[in-house]
Design a protein around this ligand. Structure first.
Ligand code: 13P
Length: 338
């Protein structure tokens, strides 16, 4: 394990003003997104869409520290034959790779899931490193509903995340450790806090047991928000206060960076919340974004599958990347949205 390189890459992923573009939608998920804009999902349309983002100069050179890719994309070439990985590198950004194989129901734990993908992972990591990946992502999913989550399911997911992280580091790849507590339910903010606190406590205990080098990791968590169906919604300042409070209880200062998922928040809402969190600084970690939907919703809509729309889509992408870059420094305000 090259600890110096791991620590350098982890810090670069969360450099002030920059964050991560999550473009690692599986073929099933990207089809859903394309259905919504009336575009057929083919290898070429997926390539065209992602190439459009990776060639957005302002965003990629100034605000996007790294891009999480899917297995198909990391092997794909742009329309002119250049590997997409090369384009990302030429922009000064880091290629990353989603390595989990998705969620399956966890036997004996009704309505709870376990993330799979550990078998053969070390060999796959070695190949991804050769292709250019310098970091990876594994997402565990914790749902909140009546009677769930259980301690058993949280522990199983934390153990898998820890084994994944150790395998990453053995291959000189920085693990993004993502224990996502979903915001789909009707629970309130206090319940999100309570579950996230337990999840993070369990996770960092398992990372310790697995001897993971924390300085060479990035945490990708949810914010502390009420469920989407909750009648009690809260302000960005309230999200920020509870989110920072839970991290202070659970995330070691050895962890260099925290990069949030957007999890279904509207795009400007995700920016406002990140900004409010950073306005509470200085914080002991670099705190930024690793957004999928909150970065892509606007450019996806503008693109709509048409080559003529590429400039407008790139403008929309550059704008969201810039807004989130400012939020990573606590320098965003609503007036900048224009
Ligand atoms: P969202 O920001 O759309 O939640 O996606 C980020 C991600 O990579 C989830 O694993």
């Amino acid at each position: 394990m090259n600890k110096d390189q791991l620590a350098k890459v982890a810090a670069a992923m969360c450099a002030p003003g920059k964050g991560i573009l999550a473009a690692d939608e599986s073929s099933g998920t990207i089809k859903k997104r394309f259905d919504a804009i009336g575009v057929e999902s083919t290898a070429d349309s997926r390539r065209d869409y992602r190439e459009m983002m990776f060639r957005t100069q302002d965003a990629m050179t100034q605000n996007i520290s790294g891009v999480i890719l899917y297995d198909e994309t990391i092997r794909q070439n742009a329309a002119d034959g250049t590997p997409l990985v090369k384009i990302i590198e030429q922009m000064g950004s880091l290629p990353g790779i989603k390595v989990d194989a998705g969620v399956k129901f966890l036997p004996n734990f009704p309505n709870e899931t376990i993330t799979e993908g550990l078998d053969g992972l070390s060999e796959r990591m070695a190949e991804y490193y050769k292709i250019g990946a310098r970091f990876a992502k594994w997402r565990a999913v914790i749902d909140i509903a009546d009677g769930i989550p259980s301690r058993g399911a949280i522990l199983a997911n934390a153990q898998a995340l820890a084994r994944y992280a150790a395998i990453c580091q053995a291959n000189d790849i920085v693990p993004i450790v993502e224990p996502e507590v979903l915001m789909d339910g009707g629970h309130d903010q206090a319940r999100c806090y309570e579950v996230t606190e337990f999840v993070l406590k369990t996770l960092y205990n398992e990372l310790y047991e697995a001897k993971v080098f924390l300085e060479g990791t990035v945490l990708k968590p949810n914010m502390i928000v009420p469920g989407k169906k909750s009648a009690k919604q809260v302000s960005a300042e309230q999200v920020a206060a509870e989110t920072v409070r839970v991290f202070k209880q659970t995330v070691p200062v050895a962890v260099p960076g925290i990069a949030f998922l957007s999890g279904g928040q509207a795009d400007v809402e995700a920016t406002a919340n990140l900004d409010a969190i950073n306005k509470l600084g200085p914080l002991p970690w670099l705190v930024t974004f690793s957004y999928g939907r909150a970065l892509q919703a606007a450019p996806q809509k503008a693109w709509a599958g048409k080559a003529d729309n590429v400039p407008a889509a790139q403008k929309a992408f550059a704008h969201r990347a810039k807004m989130n870059g400012l939020a990573s420094k606590g320098q965003w305000n609503k007036g900048l949205e224009g």
